[in-house]
Design a protein around this ligand. Sequence first.
Ligand code: BGC
Length: 350
Amino acid sequence: MIHSLRRRDWIGRIRLALTLFGLPYTVCTPGARPAISCSYSHNFRTSQTLGPISTSFCNLYTTGVQTMPSSSAPHFKSRCPQYPGSKINRFLVPDDKVGWSQNWPQYKPLSYTDPLVEKKPVWADPEIGSFSPKFNTVDGAVDRTSFEGSYKMEKQKPLNPRGRTGVTGRGLLGRWGPNHAADPIVTRWKVDAKGGKTLHSVSKRPVLQFVSIKRKDCGEWAVPGGMVDAGEQVSITLQREFSEEALNSLVITPSEKAKISDRISKLFKSPGFQVYKGYVDDPRNTDNAWMETVAVNFHDDSGNSVSELPLQAGDDAGEVQWVDVDSSFPLYASHSHFLELVAKERKAHW
Ligand code: BGC
């Protein structure tokens, strides 16, 4: 743990130094960590899942608040030099040229849309020109509104509200404009043999545990989240993704399903704590397509609800387990930031 904390500190210093010198910090630093460790595929349901894509991407900042830039800070995973799952190099965008308000005539990004997206699966839009989507509104079953407010259009295509990414088109994303995901964060208190809350030896705060899955596509630990299907309510996506990935609901017998469904429905109907709602700095983002998510925390305070259910990995998840909430545990995309917010809200160890 000490090693990883020092390493993060070191990365942070380099990043700060580069920023002070006015250099972009999107360049991977070999050796800083498995810099290129995660391959990407869509996180859609089994029938829609693509085979694992081996091309890697810059993955320096998987943990901590750095992964979730505020609207004033420039996104950086979205400017990662090589587009995931491809050999496409992004046009390098320095921090001061991210905003669309910066005039930059030299900006000539390549257009890239993954061949599988071009095959028009149900979860993807057709090419602009061959259909007439209604942007910035709920367009039939597809929600094309952004949590970031109204986004601008250029040449009939939506513009990424956080600015330039160095590539146009949709890349691996199905929708033009916002692509909506939902992340259920299911927590309980870590308890000792007598049922008392375990306090962390350093922070002296109670330790939370959350249900974490190991993603099959990149091998990183994550919250069991996924894409919101067309016409689906986010509350349904949260419960569905949790059931599919952490309880293997797509495969278990009807009697097993009946056993879990009561507890699950009860927990997911309880007023969850909305941890985050907005843009995600995701390496799949392009100038015309980007990820947004809603992360909600459902807490089993007494420890006798979902805590007692047998976890079983399914769908996009290779493994599942309860994991202690702790800042040193590296997580996929912005998930570490979400857990930090949960820990703060519940006055738990971080
Ligand atoms: C994942 C979510 C994640 C989102 C943004 C989705 O594919 O399933 O867990 O938050 O992408 O990175």
